[in-house]
Design a protein around this ligand. Structure first.
Ligand code: UDP
Length: 482
């Protein structure tokens, strides 16, 4: 099993450090690597040292001695595939590598990756750090592939059902997700295995993360993320607050399918906080059946609404006809935008009072920035986590109740949220008035968001810090990438 790592998954306890040393097998590298491993072990960290058979004798006595005195240190002996690289028997000993075969020797070392990874996965605890000699460039991929948090904590270990809820490890607040809801970016998508590894690798090796958030909204998660990744997190948001004028706000993204002034005039005619805005973002799309149910639910809610219907012309004649009829029935009360909406311009208008969102990260932050409670309706990717964050952690909305992703899955089930559910969800964020706890919370966050981007605020400070960091590096002649 995975010992300590799986223990942590259950209760949020600490994961003990487990260092895997991969020295190059020259004695000048091997000996100090073992010494360093032993030093770490004296402080309670588990240390594993990888050796090839001809070298075991050179380090085994020191390791055995340390183990007898109770230090948590182990040797893993793995043979090199010498013949595959044309090397003679025994040439895992550098003293016996033929002088013209050094390139072959290094290629043989690179073949250690797969058996080593198999060994480490089979024998717990799961490694938390790979200390590889710089002559083992292949170790980078190994470390990346061992580096996923979900694996490190083994959160989904032993969970056969993709829809079973599992407690997210390492968080103070109990949040539950299923593998289907949060598989990790690109995980579980056939054909994306290598790509998912590479994405993780880049994340693991970055100098830091620049993110559209502000620390006052989620202090424990910003700190937790920085700690888990051991890197700087620059929260510089809400970034949409860069735009201080309607014209530039309306220019974000595609050309809007509605004239901004017309849109504002429509909103000007409505009571404060009376309009619900409905959009599923730039990627997610609804099935024809869902479009109909959503429309009927909005109509039944009795509230004024702006509904952004993506690909309105691609749902077939019936839906086109349905939308036309609906528009006529709700004339003056419901505004359909067929295509791109000037979203933040709309959300910023005082007449808007709620947001039905697919829970992309940006709309989540935009709702908070504009002080709007949300109905969360996640579709895929990080959206289930964002929805839980909004509803369970921040307490700024209600969830529509979709439990499984509706896009990018091969075993696509038909998931349609019925009109009554839509109606009820809309009512629950719109009927509570100014005193509704969720509305008060989101308005308080909106005020904090504004402070964060002002001079002296946290996001403002992070922007300056970000610039300073990279000015220094350029000045030192390292270049931004170093
Ligand atoms: N957006 C917009 N008009 C639209 C749809 C989206 O202005 O009709 C903007 C929205 O304000 C947000 C971004 O596009 O800033 C979409 O971000 P999100 O995180 O939702 O990503 P998606 O799921 O759309 O990729």
């Amino acid at each position: 099993g995975r010992g300590t790592a799986s223990d942590a998954a259950g209760g949020g306890g600490d994961v003990k450090a487990h260092f895997v040393f991969i020295p190059i097998m020259f004695q000048g590298h091997l000996i100090p690597a073992v010494d360093t491993a032993l030093l770490l072990a004296t402080h309670g960290a588990l240390a594993t040292v990888v050796v090839t058979p001809s070298n075991t004798g050179r380090v085994r006595p020191a390791v055995d001695f340390a183990r007898k005195s109770g230090l948590p240190v182990r040797l893993v002996e793995l043979p090199l595939e010498l013949a595959a690289e044309g090397l003679p028997d025994g040439a895992d000993d550098v003293d016996r590598v033929p002088p013209d075969m050094w390139a072959n020797y290094f290629r043989a070392l690179a073949r250690l990756r797969a058996p080593l990874e198999r060994h480490l996965r089979a024998h717990g605890p799961f490694p938390t750090c790979v200390v590889a000699d710089f002559c083992h460039p292949w170790a980078r991929e190994l470390a990346a592939s061992l580096g996923h948090n979900v694996e490190r904590f083994d959160a989904y270990g032993g969970v056969a059902d993709d829809n079973e809820l599992v407690v997210v490890p390492g968080l103070e607040r109990k949040v539950e997700v299923s593998r289907a809801q949060a598989p990790g970016f690109f995980r579980g998508s056939p054909g994306f295995e290598k790509f998912a590894d590479e994405v993780e690798q880049v994340l693991a090796e970055a100098d830091g993360i620049v993110t559209n958030s502000f620390v006052e909204m989620e202090p424990e998660y910003v700190a937790g993320y920085a700690e888990a990744r051991r890197m700087k997190v620059w929260t510089v948001g809400p970034v949409s607050l860069f735009h201080q004028r309607a014209t530039t706000l309306a220019s974000r993204g595609n050309t809007a399918a509605i004239d901004a002034d017309e849109c504002l005039r429509w909103l000007d005619g409505k009571e404060p906080s009376s309009v619900v805005y409905v959009s599923f973002g730039s990627i997610a799309h609804a099935e024809p059946k869902q479009v109909v149910e959503l429309g009927l639910g909005l109509e039944a809610s009795g509230h004024p609404f702006i509904w952004v219907v993506k690909n309105a012309d691609q749902h077939g004649e019936d839906v086109t006809e349905f939308l036309r009829e609906l528009e006529a029935r709700v004339a003056g009360r419901g505004l359909l935008i067929r295509g791109w909406a000037p979203q933040v311009l709309i959300l910023s208008h005082a007449a808007v009072g709620g947001f039905v969102t697919h829970s992309g990260w940006n709309p989540t932050v935009e709702a908070i920035t504009t002080g709007l409670p949300v109905v969360t309706w996640p579709h895929f990717a990080d959206q289930f986590l964002n929805a839980k964050f909004a509803v369970e952690v921040l307490g700024v909305g209600v969830d529509v109740g979709v439990m499984e992703p509706v896009m990018y899955r091969l075993d696509q089930k038909e998931i349609v949220v019925g009109r009554e559910v839509v109606e009820e969800a809309v009512r629950s964020i719109m009927d509570g008035g100014d005193e509704w706890e969720e509305r008060r919370r989101v308005r308080a966050l909106a005020a904090k968001a504004r402070v964060a981007v002002e001079e002296g605020g946290s996001s403002h400070g992070n922007l300056l810090d970000l610039i300073k960091n990279f000015e220094f590096k350029v000045a030192a002649g390292c270049g931004a990438i170093a």
